[in-house]
Write a protein that binds this ligand. Structure first.
Ligand SMILES: *Cc1c(COP(=O)(O)O)cnc(C)c1O
Length: 345
């Protein structure tokens, strides 16, 4: 019956998408699945009970939830460490380590993990796989497979789609056996991306470069504006970011997400509520700008004392920048800050 005998196993639209994305990721093989979490589920099935995973502390909330679930259900040991500290990651690595799972920049603190140094260090101690969640950067800005990682994955729901109208997960590898192992899981569990979503994602990804360039240049201007206002801004495109240079060695740009602190929770809440162009929402990566308070929204499920330990301040505001006119966005923030200030007095 040939390659396309059954759509769960193979579909021509999905194949075109996968070939296209493989090239963008500098991968030899790509697998498209039903969501970002589904991609991580497929990848973590390479880890057997008794084996270990090392990952970061400032993780995407859903990633944290899946890893906690694995720890409970499958007797897989998960070590949560500060991955911005390369030596700590290497120190935790042993012969039982099967997977090192990294995010960079992290969300919402925008901390940077040194992918090449970690890959080099952990591989000397263990026959493990290094996997990078590259959702924040997209393949347009960063290619972890070229930095030494074995697996890269993206939530296609974000920048790759760009329009908040689909869910997808995208996995890239550069090893044939690994590609076969992962494909086996995708086919066996039935999580491959449906043909219509594959078509939509293919449309979305055609404008990835244009969207990223505009979103990123908007974001840099907004970051500078907020810094001038005296706020503490977390954005790897600012010279004030402690890992500005490290990020530049790995990526072609700082992306379009930033976070900042105002020093006052109620003030942050007012700013968030008063914005008119920025919609209050989680998620990021689409053409419209969003504002959120991670401590109250996307990261609210993390206990408060843990949030505190991880430096996730309660007054933190996250901005995900879209393609709107940058002056409109700055004017919106300015009116919101001015109104919130006048209420503060
Ligand atoms: C959104 C997101 C995910 C999960 O992707 P879904 O498509 O929502 O399942 C994973 N990692 C990061 C960094 C994300 O932002």
């Amino acid at each position: 019956m040939g390659e396309y005998d059954y759509t769960r196993s193979g579909n021509p639209t999905r194949s075109v998408l996968q070939e296209h994305l493989a090239r963008l990721m500098k991968a030899t093989d790509c697998l498209c699945v039903s969501s970002g979490m589904s991609a991580l589920d497929v990848i973590t099935r390479l880890v057997k009970s008794g084996e270990e995973i090392i990952t970061g502390i400032d993780l995407y909330g859903g990633t944290n939830r899946l890893l906690m679930y694995l720890q409970k259900q499958s007797q897989i040991v998960v070590h949560f460490v500060d991955t911005t500290d390369t030596l700590e990651v290497i120190e935790k690595t042993n012969e039982k380590t099967r997977l090192v799972l990294l995010e960079t920049p992290t969300n919402p603190l925008m901390q940077i993990t040194d992918i090449p140094s970690i890959c080099k260090g952990v591989k000397q101690k263990s026959n493990c796989l290094v996997c990078v969640d590259n959702t924040m950067m997209s393949p347009y800005l960063q290619n972890p497979l070229e930095l030494g990682a074995d697996i890269v994955y993206h939530s296609g729901t974000k920048y790759l789609s760009g329009h908040h109208d689909l869910m997808a997960g995208v996995i890239g590898v550069k090893d044939e056996q690994l590609a076969r192992d992962l494909y086996y899981v995708v086919n066996a569990t039935g999580c491959a991306l449906a043909p219509f979503e594959s078509f939509l994602l293919l449309r979305g990804v055609k404008t990835l470069a244009l969207r990223m360039e505009k979103q990123q240049s908007n974001c840099l201007e907004i970051a500078k504006y907020l810094e001038q206002k005296g706020f503490k801004v977390n954005y790897p495109g600012l010279l004030s970011h402690p890992q500005y240079h490290l990020h530049q060695t790995m990526a072609r740009g700082p992306g379009a997400v930033l976070s900042f602190q105002t020093g006052d929770i109620a003030f942050s809440e007012r700013i968030t509520n008063q914005c008119k162009i920025f919609a209050i929402s989680v998620s990021f990566g689409a053409i419209n700008s969003l504002i959120s308070m991670p401590g109250r929204m996307s990261h609210a499920s993390i206990p408060q004392h843990v949030r505190q330990e991880r430096g996730l301040a309660e007054d933190l505001i996250r901005l995900c920048i879209g393609i709107e006119d940058v002056q409109d966005l700055i004017d919106d923030l300015e009116q919101s800050i001015q109104q919130s200030l006048s209420r503060k007095e």
